[in-house]
Design a protein around this ligand. Structure first.
Ligand SMILES: [Zn+2]
Length: 135
C-alpha cells in the first residue's frame, strides 16, 4: 500500500511508514476485542424470552417488562451477529443481554416477593374480617 502521509510505497504488513514514520493504519482497530472462543459467546435469547413472558404473565411489572424487551432485542442482535461470524460485536451484545436477563430476574424476584407480602397482608385482613363477623 502507499503511505497516506508521504505517498511512499510500503509493505502491506508494515504498521509505520519507513519513509516518514507515520502510522499506516487508523487507530479504529484496537477497539474490537479478540474473542478467543466463539462458542463461549451466548445470545441469552431463550432466558430473556422466558423472563419477558414471566414478567407479562406473572407479575405484569413494567420495569421487568422493559428490561425483558431490551434483553430480547440485544439477544436477537447477538444471535444475528453470531450467525454472521462477528464474534467481538456479538460478545458486546451478549454482555448487555446477560445484564438485562439478570436485571429482569431480580425485578421479577422483587415483584414476586411484593406479591407474596401483599397476599400475606390481605390474607390477614380477610382472616381478621371473617373472625370479626363470626361474633
Ligand atoms: Zn510515509
Amino acid at each position: 500500500l502507499f503511505c497516506p502521509h508521504c505517498g511512499a510505497f510500503v509493505e502491506d504488513s508494515a504498521v509505520h511508514c519507513p519513509q516518514c514514520g507515520g502510522a499506516l493504519r487508523p487507530a479504529a482497530a484496537p477497539a474490537a476485542e479478540i474473542v478467543s472462543d466463539p462458542s463461549s459467546v451466548k445470545d441469552y435469547l431463550t432466558v430473556n424470552i422466558v423472563l419477558l413472558v414471566l414478567s407479562v404473565l406473572c407479575c405484569g411489572s413494567v420495569p421487568s417488562i422493559v428490561t425483558g424487551i431490551i434483553g430480547v432485542v440485544f439477544s436477537s442482535q447477538a444471535r444475528d451477529l453470531l450467525r454472521a461470524g462477528k464474534w467481538s460485536e456479538a460478545a458486546q451484545k451478549s454482555r448487555t443481554a446477560r445484564a438485562m436477563a439478570i436485571a429482569t430476574g431480580i425485578l421479577l424476584g422483587v415483584m414476586a416477593l411484593l406479591l407474596i407480602l401483599l397476599v400475606a397482608l390481605y390474607g390477614t385482613v380477610i382472616f381478621a374480617l371473617l373472625a370479626n363477623t363470626s361474633y
